[in-house]
Design a binder for this molecule. Structure first.
Ligand code: GTP
Ligand code: MG
Length: 148
């Protein structure tokens, strides 16, 4: 089953949105396979955001994601990567639709509450940055028969 890396960013944790965000993905029918509150290191941040290394806001990105704890998660489900991105809404909250996480809770692109992998390759890479294999738990839930 497809997996994605989702992360409530420091602004989402500080604004008490962990529960709200976890609840949305649970209710959608996705399954949590790993989660932890963690302080991201500078090395992890620079690796995670390497695709933005040449952008003018790279330093800001690294400083922000390491400024306070994040809530790191791995979720599993059919089409979870693309669906989670839809549920998050557009990167810039001025464009994110009402009802999406960013559309409901974010006001600026720099503090847009949540990160989600944008492709299968990104998901695999990002899960590897933040989780060890033994932190991801494979288990079955009866509810699956009512989702799929
Ligand atoms: P993530 O799920 O966080 O990766 O967002 P995304 O995939 O929707 O956007 P992208 O990967 O292009 O950018 C990564 C993050 O950089 C965004 O979520 C924003 O928080 C931040 N970002 C993007 N553009 C800007 C910008 O112009 N200024 C600042 N300060 N941050 C930006
Ligand atoms: Mg991205």
């Amino acid at each position: 089953m497809e997996r994605t890396y989702l992360m409530v960013k420091p602004d989402g944790v500080q604004r008490n949105l962990i529960g709200e965000i976890v609840s949305r993905f649970e209710k959608k029918g996705f399954q949590l396979v790993g989660a932890k509150l963690m302080q991201v290191s500078k090395e992890q941040a620079e690796t995670h955001y390497v695709e933005h290394k040449e952008r003018p806001f790279f330093g800001e990105l690294v400083d922000f994601i390491t400024s306070s704890p994040v809530f790191a998660m791995v979720w599993e489900g059919e089409n979870v990567i693309a669906t989670a991105r839809q549920m998050m809404g557009a990167t810039n909250p001025k464009d994110s639709a009402p009802g999406t996480i960013r559309g409901e809770y974010a006001a600026t692109v720099g503090k847009n509450i949540i990160h989600g992998s944008d492709s299968p390759a990104s998901a695999e890479r990002e899960i590897g940055i933040f989780f060890k294999e033994e932190e991801l738990i494979e288990y079955s839930k009866l509810i699956k028969e009512w989702v799929y």
